[in-house]
Design a protein around this ligand. Structure first.
Ligand code: ITT
Length: 199
Protein backbone atom coordinates (compact mmCIF):
# COMPACT_ATOMS: atom_id res chain seq x y z
CA UNK A 1 0.00 0.00 0.00
CA UNK A 2 1.24 3.50 -0.86
CA UNK A 3 1.80 5.97 1.96
CA UNK A 4 1.09 9.68 1.88
CA UNK A 5 1.28 12.38 4.57
CA UNK A 6 -1.89 14.45 4.96
CA UNK A 7 -0.68 17.86 6.16
CA UNK A 8 -3.56 18.82 8.45
CA UNK A 9 -4.21 19.31 12.14
CA UNK A 10 -7.94 18.81 11.65
CA UNK A 11 -8.83 15.24 12.69
CA UNK A 12 -12.30 15.53 11.13
CA UNK A 13 -10.67 15.99 7.73
CA UNK A 14 -8.48 12.92 8.32
CA UNK A 15 -11.52 10.77 9.18
CA UNK A 16 -13.39 11.90 6.06
CA UNK A 17 -10.41 11.36 3.77
CA UNK A 18 -9.71 7.89 5.22
CA UNK A 19 -13.33 6.94 4.54
CA UNK A 20 -12.99 8.13 0.93
CA UNK A 21 -9.71 6.31 0.33
CA UNK A 22 -10.69 3.04 1.96
CA UNK A 23 -7.81 0.59 1.79
CA UNK A 24 -6.24 2.12 -1.31
CA UNK A 25 -3.80 4.42 0.49
CA UNK A 26 -2.24 4.63 3.90
CA UNK A 27 -2.71 8.18 5.17
CA UNK A 28 -0.37 9.51 7.85
CA UNK A 29 -1.65 12.54 9.73
CA UNK A 30 0.72 15.17 11.10
CA UNK A 31 0.05 13.81 14.57
CA UNK A 32 1.04 10.29 13.46
CA UNK A 33 4.14 11.70 11.74
CA UNK A 34 5.11 13.29 15.07
CA UNK A 35 4.85 16.82 13.64
CA UNK A 36 3.35 19.33 16.02
CA UNK A 37 3.16 22.72 14.30
CA UNK A 38 0.40 25.15 13.53
CA UNK A 39 0.95 25.77 9.83
CA UNK A 40 0.39 29.42 8.94
CA UNK A 41 -2.44 30.29 6.54
CA UNK A 42 -1.59 33.93 5.79
CA UNK A 43 -2.85 34.25 2.22
CA UNK A 44 -5.97 35.66 0.57
CA UNK A 45 -6.87 32.54 -1.42
CA UNK A 46 -7.53 28.88 -0.68
CA UNK A 47 -5.03 27.97 -3.41
CA UNK A 48 -2.15 29.87 -1.77
CA UNK A 49 -2.97 28.62 1.72
CA UNK A 50 -3.18 25.01 0.57
CA UNK A 51 0.23 25.40 -1.11
CA UNK A 52 1.68 26.98 2.06
CA UNK A 53 0.63 23.94 4.11
CA UNK A 54 1.90 21.28 1.69
CA UNK A 55 5.23 22.99 0.98
CA UNK A 56 5.84 23.61 4.70
CA UNK A 57 5.42 19.90 5.47
CA UNK A 58 7.36 18.83 2.38
CA UNK A 59 10.33 21.00 3.43
CA UNK A 60 10.17 19.47 6.90
CA UNK A 61 9.89 15.80 5.87
CA UNK A 62 11.16 15.59 2.29
CA UNK A 63 8.23 13.24 1.63
CA UNK A 64 5.28 13.26 -0.75
CA UNK A 65 2.34 14.91 0.98
CA UNK A 66 -0.88 16.77 0.44
CA UNK A 67 -2.88 19.42 2.25
CA UNK A 68 -6.18 21.11 1.65
CA UNK A 69 -7.80 24.45 2.40
CA UNK A 70 -11.57 24.72 2.51
CA UNK A 71 -13.89 27.70 2.68
CA UNK A 72 -17.62 28.27 2.95
CA UNK A 73 -18.69 30.97 0.47
CA UNK A 74 -22.06 32.71 0.76
CA UNK A 75 -23.54 34.76 -2.09
CA UNK A 76 -25.33 37.27 0.16
CA UNK A 77 -22.07 38.15 1.96
CA UNK A 78 -19.93 38.44 -1.15
CA UNK A 79 -18.17 35.11 -0.55
CA UNK A 80 -17.71 35.44 3.24
CA UNK A 81 -16.43 33.71 5.33
CA UNK A 82 -14.43 32.12 2.48
CA UNK A 83 -10.74 31.91 3.22
CA UNK A 84 -11.46 33.13 6.78
CA UNK A 85 -13.83 30.22 7.57
CA UNK A 86 -11.72 28.70 10.37
CA UNK A 87 -11.23 31.98 12.26
CA UNK A 88 -14.42 33.82 11.23
CA UNK A 89 -15.36 34.71 14.82
CA UNK A 90 -11.76 35.06 16.03
CA UNK A 91 -8.60 33.13 16.81
CA UNK A 92 -10.45 30.76 19.16
CA UNK A 93 -11.52 28.85 16.03
CA UNK A 94 -14.79 27.86 17.74
CA UNK A 95 -17.26 26.13 15.41
CA UNK A 96 -20.19 27.41 17.52
CA UNK A 97 -19.00 31.04 17.48
CA UNK A 98 -18.31 30.90 13.73
CA UNK A 99 -21.82 29.60 13.05
CA UNK A 100 -23.38 32.20 15.36
CA UNK A 101 -21.59 35.00 13.52
CA UNK A 102 -22.63 33.62 10.12
CA UNK A 103 -26.29 33.27 11.12
CA UNK A 104 -26.31 36.80 12.53
CA UNK A 105 -24.87 38.23 9.34
CA UNK A 106 -27.43 36.33 7.28
CA UNK A 107 -30.36 37.34 9.50
CA UNK A 108 -33.37 38.45 7.41
CA UNK A 109 -31.38 37.59 4.27
CA UNK A 110 -33.47 35.84 1.61
CA UNK A 111 -30.55 34.64 -0.49
CA UNK A 112 -29.15 31.70 1.49
CA UNK A 113 -27.09 30.23 -1.37
CA UNK A 114 -23.65 29.00 -0.38
CA UNK A 115 -20.99 26.56 -1.35
CA UNK A 116 -18.08 24.72 0.23
CA UNK A 117 -14.94 24.86 -1.86
CA UNK A 118 -11.89 22.67 -1.23
CA UNK A 119 -8.50 23.09 -2.83
CA UNK A 120 -6.05 20.20 -2.40
CA UNK A 121 -2.34 20.83 -2.88
CA UNK A 122 -0.27 17.72 -3.58
CA UNK A 123 3.53 17.64 -3.56
CA UNK A 124 4.48 14.62 -5.63
CA UNK A 125 8.14 13.94 -6.45
CA UNK A 126 8.95 17.57 -5.68
CA UNK A 127 6.28 19.17 -7.89
CA UNK A 128 3.01 20.78 -6.84
CA UNK A 129 -0.42 19.86 -8.26
CA UNK A 130 -3.84 21.27 -7.25
CA UNK A 131 -7.34 19.73 -7.35
CA UNK A 132 -10.60 21.41 -6.39
CA UNK A 133 -14.07 20.33 -5.35
CA UNK A 134 -17.28 22.34 -4.90
CA UNK A 135 -20.53 21.49 -3.12
CA UNK A 136 -23.44 23.91 -3.68
CA UNK A 137 -26.15 24.28 -1.05
CA UNK A 138 -28.02 26.60 1.32
CA UNK A 139 -27.54 27.94 4.83
CA UNK A 140 -30.49 27.31 7.15
CA UNK A 141 -31.52 29.59 10.01
CA UNK A 142 -30.86 27.28 12.98
CA UNK A 143 -28.44 24.42 13.69
CA UNK A 144 -29.71 20.94 12.84
CA UNK A 145 -27.87 17.70 13.58
CA UNK A 146 -24.87 16.84 15.72
CA UNK A 147 -22.47 14.99 13.42
CA UNK A 148 -19.68 16.38 11.27
CA UNK A 149 -17.78 19.56 12.12
CA UNK A 150 -17.43 23.26 11.31
CA UNK A 151 -20.46 24.67 9.50
CA UNK A 152 -22.06 21.24 8.89
CA UNK A 153 -25.09 21.89 11.19
CA UNK A 154 -26.27 24.84 9.05
CA UNK A 155 -25.44 23.61 5.53
CA UNK A 156 -27.86 21.61 3.35
CA UNK A 157 -26.31 20.37 0.12
CA UNK A 158 -28.37 20.68 -3.07
CA UNK A 159 -30.23 17.43 -3.73
CA UNK A 160 -31.00 16.70 -0.05
CA UNK A 161 -33.17 18.07 2.76
CA UNK A 162 -30.81 17.30 5.62
CA UNK A 163 -27.79 19.23 6.86
CA UNK A 164 -24.36 17.60 6.65
CA UNK A 165 -24.57 17.24 10.44
CA UNK A 166 -27.63 15.00 10.08
CA UNK A 167 -25.82 12.61 7.74
CA UNK A 168 -23.47 9.71 8.21
CA UNK A 169 -19.93 10.19 6.95
CA UNK A 170 -20.71 8.09 3.86
CA UNK A 171 -23.78 10.21 3.10
CA UNK A 172 -21.86 13.48 3.45
CA UNK A 173 -19.14 12.11 1.21
CA UNK A 174 -21.70 11.46 -1.51
CA UNK A 175 -22.10 15.23 -1.90
CA UNK A 176 -19.02 16.75 -0.42
CA UNK A 177 -16.55 19.26 -1.81
CA UNK A 178 -13.74 17.33 -0.13
CA UNK A 179 -14.72 14.04 -1.78
CA UNK A 180 -14.92 15.67 -5.22
CA UNK A 181 -11.43 17.12 -4.81
CA UNK A 182 -10.17 13.77 -3.46
CA UNK A 183 -11.60 11.96 -6.51
CA UNK A 184 -9.38 14.12 -8.73
CA UNK A 185 -6.35 13.53 -6.51
CA UNK A 186 -6.94 9.76 -6.56
CA UNK A 187 -7.34 9.72 -10.36
CA UNK A 188 -4.06 11.65 -10.71
CA UNK A 189 -2.16 9.33 -8.36
CA UNK A 190 -3.52 6.16 -9.94
CA UNK A 191 -2.45 7.46 -13.32
CA UNK A 192 1.13 8.37 -12.34
CA UNK A 193 1.57 5.05 -10.55
CA UNK A 194 0.22 3.11 -13.54
CA UNK A 195 2.66 4.94 -15.83
CA UNK A 196 5.53 4.28 -13.43
CA UNK A 197 4.75 0.56 -13.33
CA UNK A 198 4.78 0.42 -17.13
CA UNK A 199 8.36 1.81 -17.30
P1 ITT B 1 -5.90 22.48 8.62
O1 ITT B 1 -5.54 23.85 8.11
O2 ITT B 1 -4.97 21.98 9.67
O3 ITT B 1 -6.12 21.48 7.52
P2 ITT B 1 -8.34 23.80 9.47
O4 ITT B 1 -9.49 23.39 10.34
O5 ITT B 1 -7.60 25.05 9.85
O6 ITT B 1 -7.36 22.56 9.36
P3 ITT B 1 -9.14 25.10 7.04
O7 ITT B 1 -8.10 26.14 7.15
O8 ITT B 1 -9.37 24.47 5.70
O9 ITT B 1 -8.88 23.88 8.01
O10 ITT B 1 -10.44 25.72 7.69
C1 ITT B 1 -11.62 25.71 7.14
C2 ITT B 1 -12.72 25.82 8.17
O11 ITT B 1 -13.92 25.69 7.42
C3 ITT B 1 -12.73 24.69 9.20
O12 ITT B 1 -12.11 25.03 10.39
C4 ITT B 1 -14.23 24.47 9.40
O13 ITT B 1 -14.73 25.40 10.32
C5 ITT B 1 -14.78 24.79 8.03
N1 ITT B 1 -14.90 23.58 7.21
C6 ITT B 1 -13.97 23.01 6.39
N2 ITT B 1 -14.46 21.89 5.82
C7 ITT B 1 -15.71 21.74 6.29
C8 ITT B 1 -16.73 20.79 6.10
O14 ITT B 1 -16.54 19.72 5.33
N3 ITT B 1 -17.89 20.95 6.74
C9 ITT B 1 -18.09 22.00 7.54
N4 ITT B 1 -17.19 22.96 7.79
C10 ITT B 1 -16.00 22.82 7.17
Amino acid sequence: MQTLIFATNNHHKVTEVEQILGKRWNIISLKEAGIDIDIPEPHATLEENAREKSTTIHKLTGQDCFSEDTGLETDALGGEPGVHSARYAGDGRSFEANIAKLLLRLQDEKNRNARFRTVISLIWEGKEYQFDGICEGTIIEKNKGIDGFGYDPVFIPDGDTRTFAEMTLAEKNRYSHRRKAMDKLIAFLENVIREKNQD
